[in-house]
Design a protein around this ligand. Structure first.
Ligand code: AMP
Ligand code: ZN
Length: 324
């Protein structure tokens, strides 16, 4: 029997490649919990008095996040939110049932909303609108979905008085985001993806990613240990995912497989070197302009926000054939 490299007593069950060690189930779980706890502390993600809205899609990352936060915090300070995107053939009912199982177990409130209920349109509606308008270079479903989801998360957080929004982004996701912003030379986004950056408008609720130092392979193991039957059906719009991210993802997987631990070193390094920039940028605080249509904050130099532009497209399509 190979014993666990941490407790030296129980049988080892899992290999933590990045740390070059074999660990038992208990030590694996304890390691993940303590790393997430350290991450929350290091970046002051959750303080006394915070109410956290946890965005739970039903995938392995967000289920892991929900379970870990439920173990680390007062469960009365957590509300789970699942958003049904309105994509036909992509059954959200079942996924929501999985989330419900975990929230019940921990006694956590669980809100389920559809994009259609909150903003009037789902992802399919947006794609049909583009088809109807014969848009020459249509936007991807992921663009609409991402923007709409963020809008809904923020407005629900405000409505229920949540002070933080937690998402299940893991280490692999976060390193990809850093690399994309570096390759694009997008310093503003680079700084914004740092965990210490603050939102630029009082109406934007701070988003936190407590799993940013946990590898994707580790959230898979965690979900497996806990017996979470996470949803792994692919979104039918998967082929519309940004190609740059997919390329960087496979490049990073290759690097990590040749030199395990590289991604953890990289994010630790980047978080450290970008930190002074965040503090400097925060001092020169900018105020975002307000969208002239919805009143929500929008990017500098924009008068109408991206979200309203997308909704406009759907409205335009709904008028086609009705006019004249
Ligand atoms: P993704 O953009 O699909 O990689 O998801 C990143 C994170 O966003 C997940 O870990 C969740 O925390 C959150 N999220 C994604 N989709 C949903 C959804 N339908 N409902 C609630 N949260 C979601
Ligand atoms: Zn707007």
């Amino acid at each position: 029997m190979i014993t666990c490299d941490i407790c030296k007593a129980r049988p080892a069950q899992f290999l933590q490649h990045h740390a070059k060690r074999r660990v038992c189930k208990t030590c694996f779980e304890n390691d993940i919990l303590s790393r997430v706890k350290d991450t929350i502390k290091r970046f002051n993600m959750i303080s006394e008095g915070d109410k956290v809205l946890v965005a739970v899609s039903g995938g392995k990352d967000s289920l892991t996040l929900l379970d870990i936060l439920a173990n680390l915090m007062d469960n009365n300070k957590i509300v789970a939110l699942s958003i049904v995107e309105g994509i036909s053939g992509y059954n959200r009912e079942e996924d929501v049932a999985l989330v419900r199982h975990i929230t019940r177990m921990h006694g956590i409130d669980h809100l389920v909303v559809t994009l259609k209920d909150i903003i009037g349109y789902g992802v399919d509606d947006f794609m049909h609108a583009q088809q109807k308008l014969k848009v020459r270079s249509p936007l991807s479903a992921c663009t609409f979905c991402g923007i709409a989801r963020r809008r809904v998360m923020n407005s629900i957080a405000r409505e229920i008085g949540a002070t933080k929004i937690a998402t299940g982004h893991n280490l692999d996701d976060e390193v990809q985001t850093y690399i994309i912003n570096i390759l694009r030379g997008d310093i503003v986004r680079l700084i914004q993806s740092h965990p210490l950056s603050a939102p630029h408008a009082p109406s934007l609720i701070k988003r936190i990613k407590p799993l940013r130092y946990v590898y994707e392979y580790e959230t898979t193991i965690y979900a497996y240990i806990k017996g979470f039957h996470f949803q792994d059906t692919e979104c039918p719009y998967i082929n519309q995912r940004p190609t740059l991210r997919a390329k960087i993802r496979s490049m990073l997987i290759e690097i990590e497989s040749k030199a395990p631990g590289t991604l953890l070193n990289l994010i630790t390094y980047l978080d450290t070197v970008i930190e002074p920039l965040v503090l400097k940028y925060q001092k020169e605080s900018i105020t975002l302009p307000q969208c002239t249509k919805c009143g929500e904050p929008t990017s500098p130099k924009r008068t109408v926000c991206k979200f309203c532009t997308l909704v406009d497209l759907i409205l335009q399509a709904s008028r086609v054939g009705k006019d004249g």
